[in-house]
Design a protein around this ligand. Structure first.
Ligand SMILES: N[C@@H](CCC(=O)N[C@@H](CS)C(=O)NCC(=O)O)C(=O)O
Length: 193
């Protein structure tokens, strides 16, 4: 098996990269220079025709055709969790993982990054998340996993992209962000190594 993750620093590639690091899954990190337009060049659009990062390529004789090419951070995360992370062992576990990854990438991301949603939707989601995160337990089961990776990654974006947002009303969200920032695997990814 040989996994290559294509991405850029401070991009959504951080999510699957963090998962790979946490789980100790061997991979090659291939930086795509967005400023230089490398993501629009044939070599990369042959992997993701939409020219966006992250994208993943896995080569393994056991795969159909010996190779898998994937884009969309959520699809990459869910594949890694099932194929290499020991998660999603049955339909119910898979559905719960999908629920949280879709929540993170669709509902939470939209509340954060679409300015018109930030005022109404964001506080509503934060209040509920704050309650769910109290106690620090993983979102699914008793081990850190793909659901935590997806949701916590967005929460940890908050101080980076929106330092002006006051999180004082959400102490458990704040504690989750601090705990995430202290995880060695997260630090390695954020340091850009
Ligand atoms: N929904 C996609 C979003 C991918 C995306 O928009 N990636 C950005 C970087 S965070 C990108 O490649 N932007 C370059 C461009 O769109 O030209 C995912 O989660 O993978």
């Amino acid at each position: 098996m040989a996994i290559t993750l294509y991405g850029a620093l401070r991009s959504r590639a951080s999510m699957p990269r963090w998962y790979l690091e946490e789980k100790g899954i061997p991979y090659t990190w291939q930086v795509i220079d967005l400023e230089a337009g490398e993501h629009r060049q044939d070599r990369f659009t042959a992997i993701n025709p939409f020219g966006k990062v992250p994208a993943l390529v896995e080569e393994d004789p056991a795969l159909p055709g010996g190779r898998l090419q994937l884009f969309e951070s959520g699809a990459i995360l869910l594949y890694l969790a099932e194929q290499h992370g020991g998660e999603c062992r049955n339909a119910a576990e898979r559905a719960l993982a999908q629920q949280w990854v879709l929540f993170a990438n669709a509902t939470l991301a939209t509340a954060l990054f679409v300015p018109s949603n930030r005022e109404r939707e964001f506080p509503r989601l934060m209040s509920v998340l704050d309650g769910l995160l109290a106690g620090g337990a993983p979102l699914i089961g008793d081990r850190w996993g793909v659901a935590d990776c997806a949701v916590h990654a967005y929460l940890a974006y908050l101080p980076v992209f929106f330092p002006q947002i006051d999180l004082g009303a959400y102490p458990h969200v704040q504690a989750t962000i601090s705990a995430t920032q202290q995880r060695p695997a997260y630090q390695r990814v954020m340091a850009g190594r």
